[in-house]
Design a binder for this molecule. Structure first.
Ligand code: PEP
Ligand code: MG
Length: 544
């Protein structure tokens, strides 16, 4: 059969080949309470889902071990043991038989209860496992619903996915292909962070592929190839081997600083929202976390998270980060990160959270408690006005109650914030450029479906330059935490403009550090000056 190429947008680089796992939508209308006579059968369904999950995880663990990834294999194997834990099964049984809960809901709730217990333990290693148990519950629930990934190690194909789905399923597949989606949507960000090749925007024709047919996903060119020829399959395998080798090399060089050949030292931090990402980032030499997207932990929330909710999610994430820089962003709900309880709200980021001052205080209280052992920085998302960061500082003062205050910074990801960069820099301890939202909003693109994010656009570049200069004038660090910070074509420009810190997806930390080591700062400055000159007609990027 001839090859057939579908073209979409490149969302996460790399080639992946394998059988298609077609993700079926969750069936609607499962009853909320199972009638008494059906509860036995429902429990059977839950047990099968747990068994299924344990088997999947065992399979995944042996594959990881065969690939020489023993630390990950150990983690996954622990998950399969947890799925067979009689305590978990008993808790699921009680919820189904006594309360008439459906299998998926009982699996999630029982896992949550076990995770809660673990998170409270003084032993940090055990507390870290809480996240894994929650993930296990979600995985088993998906299996009970028939939405599990059918071919572990294959290519996940779906109409669209949210960031939590990719976080959940990304570890089980080699590649992801979506009919819809955009390259700066959070689902794509999570795929890049996990190092899973992904193509989005392939159109409805994608959904005609058969479950189990072999395809190749080309996340670098933005294509999916059906009926691939042997040489294309071989190229995908080679690419995978190359990426594995690059990771091994990155891990081996993790102690070497990210310094240009002529001595400009950059700090490379990680964007993370899960324990797995934190572990991977540290393994690859990240100096800390430059962006902890807290909202990704609460995308299914039915109300603003309480202080205890925040602590429960933060504690395992922060446990491996003692003594390091950790930048925790306040909840950035809105857009493609809208939980059910905020459905219909128009606002985004800090604007939304300031409408719920108690929710802000709860999060600040939890951060101060959970991050006490780290070099904490708090980051305010989607800033448009000075008043917003002042309100956060006031709330922080009240919550800190005499304790020393952490550093406070603002995301510069709107035109308004970039326009006030100097005023913001005068009041804050650091700035963080969010190039994802900045490019999309300045250029009037739709972030959830757009196929590009061109930081080199003259207007975006000007705003990036203005922001970095504002930070430099005040002597405060400026980090870039949008996806541009890990784009090999954009990094020299950002370095040349004077960015101090690059915060990138966990899977890309090693690659970015390596890339910085190959740069000449002087050449980067020249490039930045030329780019600004080309685009504005006058020289910029001076004094960097
Ligand atoms: C950004 O907008 O660049 C950013 C880092 O924030 P997020 O992607 O979470 O919106
Ligand atoms: Mg943003």
């Amino acid at each position: 059969m001839m090859e057939r190429t579908l073209t979409g947008f490149a969302a996460a680089p790399g080639l992946a080949a394998g059988p298609v796992s077609l993700l079926r939508p969750i069936p609607e209308g499962s009853p909320r309470t199972v009638p008494a006579q059906d509860r036995g059968k429902e429990l059977e369904r839950a047990r099968r889902a747990l068994e299924d999950t344990a088997n999947q995880l065992e399979e995944l663990a042996s594959r990881l071990r065969a690939e020489g990834r023993s630390p990950e294999a150990d983690i996954v194997e622990t998950g399969s043991l947890m799925a067979r834990d009689p305590g978990l099964e008993a808790a699921v049984g009680a919820l189904v038989l006594e309360e008439g809960r459906t299998a998926p809901s009982a699996l999630c709730e029982a896992a949550e209860a076990v995770a809660d217990g673990l998170a409270r333990l003084p032993d940090k290693l055990l507390a870290e496992r809480a996240d894994d148990v929650r993930s296990l519950g979600r995985r088993a629930a998906a299996s009970a619903l028939g939405t599990r990934v059918g071919h572990a190690g294959g290519v996940l194909v779906a109409a669209n996915l949210g960031p939590a789905d990719v976080a959940e399923l990304g570890g089980q597949v080699r590649g992801v292909a979506l009919a819809g989606g955009g390259v700066t949507a959070h689902a794509a960000i999570v795929a890049r962070s996990l190092g899973v090749p992904m193509v989005v925007g392939l159109g409805l024709e994608l959904l005609e592929v058969a479950d189990g047919e072999t395809v190749v996903v080309d996340g670098t060119r933005g294509q999916l190839v059906r009926h691939p020829l042997p040489n294309r399959l071989a190229a995908a395998e080679e690419d995978r081997a190359r990426r594995r080798l690059a990771r091994v090399q990155a891990v081996a060089r993790r102690q070497e600083p990210a310094q240009t050949r002529d001595g400009r030292r950059l700090t490379v931090l990680a964007n993370a929202a899960s324990v797995a990402e934190v572990r991977e980032a540290l393994e690859q030499g990240a100096e800390g976390v430059g962006l902890l997207r807290t909202e990704l932990l609460f995308l299914e929330a039915r109300a603003w998270p309480s202080e205890a909710d925040h602590v429960r999610f933060l504690a395992p994430l922060l446990a491996p980060l003692a003594g390091r820089v950790v930048t925790i962003r306040l909840l950035d709900f809105g857009g493609d990160k809208t939980p059910p309880f905020l459905a219909g709200s128009a606002g985004r980021g800090i604007e939304l959270q300031l409408e719920a001052p108690e929710a802000l205080r709860a999060q600040l209280g939890a951060i101060l408690a959970a991050a006490a052992d780290t070099q904490l920085r708090i980051l305010v998302p989607m800033v448009t006005r000075l008043g917003q960061v002042r309100a956060v500082r006031q709330a922080l003062l009240a919550v800190a109650d005499g304790r020393s205050l952490p550093r406070l910074g603002a995301m510069i990801e709107t035109r308004e914030a970039a326009g006030k960069a100097r005023e913001l820099a005068a009041e804050l301890d650091f700035l963080s450029l969010g190039t994802n939202d900045l490019t999309q909003s300045v250029l009037g693109l739709d972030r959830e479906s757009s196929g590009t994010a061109p930081v080199v656009h003259p207007e975006v570049l000007r705003l990036v330059d203005v922001t970095i200069r504002a930070g430099r004038e005040r002597g405060i660090p400026v980090e870039v935490c949008g996806e541009a910070a890990s784009d090999p074509a954009t990094i020299p420009l950002l370095v040349g403009l004077g960015a101090d810190e690059l915060s990138v997806g966990a899977a890309r930390v090693g690659e970015v550090r390596e890339l910085v080591r190959g740069l000449e700062y002087a050449a980067c400055r020249e490039l930045a000056g030329r780019s600004l000159l080309d685009q504005t007609g006058h020289a910029g990027a001076q004094g960097v």
